[in-house]
Design a protein around this ligand. Structure first.
Ligand code: GLA
Ligand code: GLA
Length: 681
């Protein structure tokens, strides 16, 4: 990813090279008559919109028949936007194949594990591995790229849309063929595959590659390594498709940056984004709030993880909502202030552009109840006024553009392989929720006012004084060595139940759990003790565990017991341990403590590393702090997590955004955000 390309994008199409934050939306003019387009551009200018994503679902309009093309309307839209000084993140338009294509070629439709076809009528009804789909889609991409290569409004390419949102798992015959090719590349020989998949079990030994299938509906649990490899393959198949579109675009428009919108948010698990990030010129993400007790913690966590995926460099918030969505069981409207606060929380975590789905609320179609920048009621609305106000705020924050994340003292490791493997079937419990455990640790750190980065296993872990790796289930030998070295050299590692259990083939590390981390942690577990839903155990430090327990024996004189079980079958035995090693330590938490329990425990886990909150005492727990740094300064983002007014006495810096008290220091009104600039050190 080259940041110069992102700078070009954020400078807009008008030749002005001063970096600014992007602001905009998905724009779907094909849903509206011609006369609305001019009003759209007028309102976009009023709101300070700089960039819109166009054409995402336009395939059927652009190519009404195999050899018919209709670009006149899109030419006009592009010209109008350009005249309005608005850049276009132009979609390749391949997200939703038109009816003529699926009628002529039903063999591009995805098939579920139970053999059902996913028919047209919605969107994204295509197989990532279909050669027929690819042929038609790449022809469209080539035609789009050729048509708009020189258009002055074009600032970026938007490949497809949310790849894998509805079609990540396809079990069709195309998928079966591609899966076999993928397995051949991974294992070379059938013997190696038979070993990796443990096919001695249940008479599953393969004697020919052609016998191998995706894990379709089976009579009992499908082979776990087959399942894990199918997850890896399915993510790779979409990545491969992304590369195919990107390669066409790079060939025709080598200077135009290419992105695709990721879905780092609750409920999305199929795409291994850290592994995709290097394929595009800048990372984009879509995020939607799921209302609930941890909803804004989850927003912060997702934005933070997106930054981790982007290697700490700026990224693009491609979609979020101004208010309600249409696809949750109950679609709650945002409260006043949430629109700005949610947007700025993404900026705090590295977003250099804030975009929404969508510009104008649809009058028809499945998303007509989804909020937009221009609601059904029109411009005379509190919502549109909030949209205009946010545009002004983003202009004020122009100096932030291009700044990168300043490493926090604590890292939380989020690992797709462990996520996938730890939640597979036929395990000690089906109640384990990998992302929720990571989020609980994150919420606990927010409650303490301690800054944390959510990172992937590709990150340089030595940047962090404390590294929390919840449910790090898959630990290949190299990673085990890396973690031991990290602790030996002064890092403080914290891990939890069901970590270090299997290798990359999902084979158990034998000899006592957690095999891969046993020596590092200085403990030995003979048996897991998962708890039934609703059951809890008390620990002697006054916290309460649920979900899981372990029968732990301490095996190393350097291992201390930080907390023991007070109740349950393991009463009197260790529950939380920490082993000193080299100049660091390695701690183990054997049960699910939840945010409250983790907050109490973290005080003890952070102490040996000397990590404390950087916030003024009255703000700890109430305010989230993030720091971005660059040539324009060091930017402190202070986000009020509460409905209370919170003063921030003694914080030095120029207040770019936010209210100030009598002494000039910032004051945060309920759910408000302040941004301070300090000189670069
Ligand atoms: C996704 C899609 C958009 C729209 C929104 C609605 O993010 O990319 O096209 O459907 O969801 O929330
Ligand atoms: C049945 C089967 C065994 C084994 C056990 C597991 O009894 O016959 O092969 O799968 O269940 O509980």
């Amino acid at each position: 990813m080259t940041s110069t390309r992102l700078t070009r994008l954020l400078s807009g199409p008008d030749g002005d090279s001063t970096p600014r934050l992007g602001y905009g939306a998905d724009y779907n003019p094909e849903q509206w008559p011609r006369e609305v387009w001019e009003e759209d551009v007028r309102l976009m200018r009023e709101a300070g919109v700089t960039v819109v994503s166009v054409g995402i679902f336009s395939w059927a309009r652009i190519q009404p028949a195999p050899d018919a093309w209709d670009f006149a309307w899109l030419d006009e839209v592009m010209d109008l936007l350009h005249q309005g000084g608005i850049g276009v993140d132009l979609a390749t338009a391949t997200a939703s194949p038109p009816p003529w294509l699926t009628t002529a070629h039903p063999e591009i439709l995805p098939v579920t594990a139970t053999g059902e076809t996913l028919w047209p009528g919605g969107r994204q009804h295509w197989r990532p591995t279909s050669p027929v789909f690819r042929e038609y889609a790449l022809r469209l991409v080539r035609t789009m790229a050729g048509r708009y290569a020189g258009h002055p409004a074009l600032v970026a390419w938007h490949v497809s849309n949310e790849l894998g949102c509805h079609n990540v798992y396809d079990y069709s015959d195309d998928a079966a063929r591609a899966f076999r090719d993928w397995l051949r590349a991974r294992y070379t020989t059938l013997d190696a595959l038979n070993h990796a998949w443990g096919t001695a079990f249940w008479s599953q030994r393969y004697s020919d590659w052609e016998q191998i299938l995706p894990p379709r509906l089976a009579a009992s649990y499908p082979n776990p390594t087959q399942q894990l490899d199918f997850k890896r393959f399915s993510s790779d198949a979409l990545k491969e498709y992304l590369r195919a579109e990107r390669d066409v675009l790079r060939e025709i428009t080598p200077d135009v940056p290419v992105t695709t919108n990721f879905m780092v948010m609750g409920g999305t698990k199929g795409m291994n984004y850290p592994d995709w990030a290097d394929e595009i010129d800048f990372v984009s993400n879509d995020h939607y709030v799921h209302p609930g007790p941890q909803d804004r913690d989850e927003l912060s966590f997702s934005a933070n993880l997106t930054s981790g995926i982007a290697g700490g460099r700026p990224w693009f918030l491609m979609e979020h909502s101004t208010s309600a969505v249409n696809w949750q069981p109950v679609n709650v409207a945002k409260r006043p202030g949430d629109l700005a606060r949610d947007s700025l929380l993404h900026v705090a975590h590295g977003a250099d552009a804030v975009c929404f789905f969508q510009w104008r609320q649809s009058a028809a179609g499945a998303e007509k109840y989804h909020s937009a920048m221009v609601p059904h009621v029109g411009e005379d609305s509190d919502l549109f006024r909030a949209v205009v106000a946010l545009g002004d705020t983003l202009k004020t924050l122009a100096p932030v553009a291009g700044s990168e994340r300043e490493a926090a003292p604590v890292g939380i490791v989020f690992d797709w392989e462990s996520w996938w493997a730890s939640e597979q079937d036929s395990h000690p419990t089906s109640l384990l929720d990998y992302r929720q455990e990571a989020l609980d640790w994150y919420s606990a750190l927010l409650a303490l006012g301690v800054r944390a980065d959510v990172v992937t296993t590709r990150t340089d872990l030595d940047r962090y004084q404390v590294l929390i790796a919840p449910v790090l289930h898959v630990v290949p030998a190299d990673l085990a060595k890396e973690l031991a070295r990290y602790a030996e050299n002064g890092g403080h590692l914290v891990t939890t139940y069901f970590s270090g259990i299997v290798d990359e083939n999902d084979h158990i590390w034998l000899g006592g759990y957690p095999g891969a981390l046993r020596d590092l942690l200085g403990i030995r577990i003979e048996e897991f003790g998962p708890l039934l839903a609703g059951d809890t155990v008390e620990l002697d430090d006054a916290t309460t565990g649920s979900l899981w327990t372990d029968r732990i024996t301490v095996t190393d004189p350097e291992t201390d017991v930080l907390a023991a079980y007070r109740t349950g079958v393991h009463a009197g035995r260790p529950a939380v341990t920490r082993r000193s090693t080299g100049s660091g330590s390695a701690a183990y938490v054997s049960t699910r403590l939840g945010t409250e329990g983790l907050t109490a425990l973290l005080l003890r886990l952070l102490a040996p590393a000397g990590v404390e909150s950087e916030l003024p005492a009255p703000a700890r727990g109430l305010v989230e702090l993030t720091v971005r740094g660059g040539p324009g300064g060091r930017f402190l983002f202070l986000v009020n997590r509460t409905d209370r007014t919170v003063p921030l006495p003694g914080l030095a810096g120029e207040v770019l955004v936010g209210a100030t008290g009598a002494d000039g220091s910032p004051v945060l009104h309920p759910r408000d955000v302040a941004v301070l600039r300090q000189p670069t050190a």
